[in-house]
Design a protein around this ligand. Structure first.
Ligand code: NAD
Length: 304
């Protein structure tokens, strides 16, 4: 497949961005800062206003946003939303031009990515799955890890764009591979948060100064990006998202399902998936995933 045709900006492709949420807004703004022309569409008017204020262009629909794009980036919650914006008469595949590159950065099932790549190929549209890790802070600071599935040539072409969004950028294999690695990422993060939450409750009930304990734990083998990034959430019981429990519930479903398919046992992951589901069932789905602390507190007798 040929490389991208020239856009209005000779050095950089014209970008369309669909999904300007917690992640999509700061990521698209980083592209604008790097000199890309970004036309965006999302469901909330205030997010479109934010894009315009940052120097982007707001579109009135998916079709309008993608029509003149060389590269289309999607960053929406889950597989159903990716399918809703990709397929159908108003979707990306019907309205983007042949030769465009579609990069889906949402965290979705690997099979959805594989199916999307196959459907897009019929329209002459190339696809990469490129989910990310690093959270809202990583998006704002442009230090995300980006795990990519698809063709090497498309990855190479997208690399400069990825470099405006993240620091660790790896082609993991064919279509769907980025999503499989992201599923493993979410397993590791959830188990890590759960372990930190259990340690917090244990430390507090033992009467140890929590801040001092988390400081010294962070410097040893127990230290982790999760502990560093979520320490203040634990200390202040600040569960403003961040990464919503609802989305982590979706991701634990993806990883446990994918693991069953390949015959991998995830005993600890399965328990943590249940704890995430329980938190959600208790009405905490809109909180940051560090709110797993609330689940441990409840199990330990607190009324939170
Ligand atoms: P979010 O809910 O904040 O944003 C999602 C955006 O998608 C919203 O602005 C919404 O308007 C838009 N959207 C949904 N349906 C749409 C449609 N039909 N047409 C146009 N726009 C539509 O979610 P988020 O936290 O930004 O997460 C996005 C993706 O990134 C998810 O797959 C999530 O799992 C993943 N992710 C999130 C984080 C994080 O820390 N928040 C970190 C890594 C990966």
């Amino acid at each position: 497949m040929s490389t991208l045709p020239p856009s209005s900006h000779p050095a950089r492709p014209a970008v369309s961005w669909i999904g300007l949420g917690i992640m999509g807004s700061p990521m698209s703004e980083n592209l604008i800062k790097a000199g890309y022309d970004v036309t965006g569409f999302t469901l909330e008017q205030e997010k479109l206003d934010r894009l315009t204020a940052a120097g982007g262009t707001a579109a009135g629909s998916v079709a309008e946003a993608v029509r003149d794009a060389d590269v289309i980036i999607t960053m929406v919650p889950a597989s159903p939303q990716v399918e809703a914006i990709a397929y159908g008469p108003d979707g990306i595949l019907e309205n983007a031009r042949s030769g465009a590159l579609l990069i889906d950065m949402s965290s979705i099932t690997p099979q959805t990515s594989i199916d999307l790549a196959a459907a897009a190929k019929d329209k002459g549209i190339r696809v990469l799955d490129a989910p990310v890790s690093g959270g809202e802070a990583g998006a704002i600071e442009a230090v995300l890890s980006i795990m990519v599935g698809g063709e090497r040539a498309d990855f190479d072409e997208a690399k400069p764009l990825f470099e405006a969004l993240g620091k660790t950028i790896v082609l993991c294999g064919p279509h769907g591979s980025g999503q499989t690695v992201k599923a493993a990422n979410q397993l590791i993060v959830a188990v890590n948060i759960q372990a930190c939450a259990e340690a917090v409750v244990f430390l507090e009930k033992s009467g140890v100064d929590l801040r001092a304990a988390l400081d010294v734990l962070g410097g040893g083998l127990a230290g982790s990006t999760v502990l560093t990034r979520k320490k203040d959430n634990f200390l202040n019981r600040d569960f403003k998202p961040g990464f919503r429990i609802d989305l982590h519930h979706k991701d634990m479903g993806i990883v446990t399902d994918a693991a069953r398919t390949v015959g991998a046992a995830l005993p600890v992951g399965a328990v943590v998936a249940q704890l995430v589901a329980s938190l959600r069932a208790q009405g905490d789905g809109g909180l940051d995933h560090s709110a797993l602390l609330r689940a441990v507190e409840r199990l330990s007798g607190a009324r939170v």
